[in-house]
Design a protein around this ligand. Structure first.
Ligand code: MV4
Length: 449
């Protein structure tokens, strides 16, 4: 096992990783920006090193600063958490060169999955169903016309180095193709530093379902079931659950096995998430793979009992999967509400000082947070205050527990998304498990009236 790990992150995930390290008897090093001097990850780590000014680009995203801290503290591994440097292949490479273990997959794997068109091609070759689309990147307008002829309309243009929904353009009519192609390329260049785009057939009102996997250094891969992540607003997940209300046991088993076989073929190491879109007819298509621990990982932990962060660390240290988890069993249902410092109607950030803070508890309730009374939510980072997770023997119990917990959650001083979560949980369509990617637009339009 590692002696000392540097946690290259902040907020609730930094605390989550700290806890896993402490359980494993590993010493911890926190890094922080000037805006996070009073943060809990700084207080709870064995050592803490300031790595720069508040802006992420100068601190949490600053590779030389993070590597210098790792060298000064003499750590043997770095856990990147999510966001920031977690899917930066160059950073993973610099770790390797510096003889520090990057807790995650290889730089080559991160790079492959980060190039979405390549991930698509490789995963299709490894046996996963993909959405009909262009054969790789579409280089120019003539190629776009050709691909559109093959794919048919409507289609979607996506940034090859993108993700998270930015740089996407939908084309419903032939005349929209050329302008959409040009604006997609321009936005991709501006946001992701590369104009490369690819094309797929548009899936109307899909469900977004992702499968959690773990792999070791010896070619073993398992899956830990799915998470339902359809309820999003502006490509930000709002409420997630596991299992999905729409997958039947046979589909779950079939897709799970396909994922395991595909990732065995490419030799996937560490935790990862394989994202699928499900269409109205029940077809499941691979869209992307995330090579990091995800925000919503606690859902899987609640239904399987597997500690995913501890697993990542043990797998990076060279342990075998069979020693890390044993056989995985699924129990009950879990729901996660992301409590953000946001105006729940407009979804605009609401940073500031938290004046009162009381977290709920009780059977099946888990709260992952780095907030406390008198803490300041800085404007520089994401606006997540807490992840509230409710587990029950079935979905109805998980919903009932979540409602109770939301009623018992007190956060004053900043606006939060708690009122939105309360609305979702009493919505008849949500309760019936009937929703798609347009659900929250409708709910918030009605709520604003
Ligand atoms: C799509 C799609 C429809 N058809 N791809 C959005 C985020 C990115 N990871 C993939 N996204 C989508 N890709 C095809 N071929 C619709 C979306 C999409 C979406 C997906 C999941 C959850 C919410 C969404 C909201 C808008 C669009």
């Amino acid at each position: 096992m590692f002696r000392k790990i540097l946690i290259a992150n902040r907020g609730e995930i930094a605390l989550r990783i700290l806890g896993a390290c402490k359980e494993l008897g590993v010493r911890t090093v926190a890094v922080y920006s000037e805006a996070d001097r009073n943060a809990l990850h700084v207080r709870f780590a064995d050592e803490a090193i300031c790595i720069g000014p508040p802006r992420s680009a100068e601190s949490y995203l600053n590779i030389p600063q993070v590597i210098s801290a790792a060298e000064v503290a003499n750590v043997d591994a770095i856990h990147p958490g999510y966001g920031f440097l977690s899917e930066n292949a160059s950073f993973a490479e610099v770790c390797e060169i510096s003889h520090v273990t990057f807790i995650g997959p290889s730089p080559a794997m991160i790079r492959m999955m980060g190039e979405k068109d390549r991930a698509r091609t490789e995963m299709a070759a490894a046996g996963l169903p993909v959405i009909p689309g262009s054969a790789g990147v579409v280089p120019d307008e003539a190629a776009a016309r050709h691909a559109a002829g093959e794919i048919g309309l409507p289609l979607i243009i996506k940034a090859a180095n993108g993700g998270g929904g930015r740089g996407m353009r939908i084309v419903r009519h032939k005349r929209e193709l050329a302008p959409a192609f040009e604006t997609a390329r321009a936005e991709a260049e501006q946001v992701f530093g590369s104009p490369k785009v690819y094309m797929e057939k548009l899936i109307e009102r899909p469900r977004h379902i992702e499968i959690q996997v773990l792999g070791d250094r010896y070619g073993n891969v398992i899956h830990l079931g799915e998470r339902e992540c359809t309820l999003q607003r502006r490509h930000q997940k709002v409420l997630e659950e596991s299992p999905s209300t729409i997958l039947d046991a046979a589909t779950r088993e079939r897709v799970g096995q396909q994922v395991v076989e595909a990732l065995r073929k490419v030799g996937y190491l560490s935790a990862g998430t394989v994202e699928f879109l499900r269409d109205d007819s029940g077809n499941m298509y691979f869209i992307e793979m995330n090579t990091r621990i995800q925000v919503e990982h606690p859902l899987t932990e609640m239904v399987t009992g597997v500690d995913l962060v501890k697993s990542q660390i043990r797998l990076a240290a060279g342990e075998k999967l069979s020693e890390v988890t044993g056989p995985v069993a699924f129990r009950g249902h879990a729901i996660e509400c992301r409590i953000n410092a946001e105006d729940p109607e407009t979804f605009t950030p609401s940073p500031g000082r938290i004046t009162a803070f009381r977290v709920p508890g009780g059977p099946g309730i888990r709260v992952d947070t780095a907030a406390y009374a008198d803490a300041v939510i800085p404007p520089y980072y994401d606006s997540l205050i807490a992840k509230l997770v409710a587990h029950g023997e079935d979905r109805a119990e998980a919903i009932a527990r979540m409602k109770q917990a939301l009623d018992g959650f007190v956060i004053e001083g900043v606006k939060t998304t708690i009122p939105l979560h309360k609305k979702i949980l009493v919505d008849p369509d949500f309760i019936a498990g009937k929703f798609d990617t347009s659900f929250l637009e409708r709910l918030t339009v009605v709520a604003a009236k």
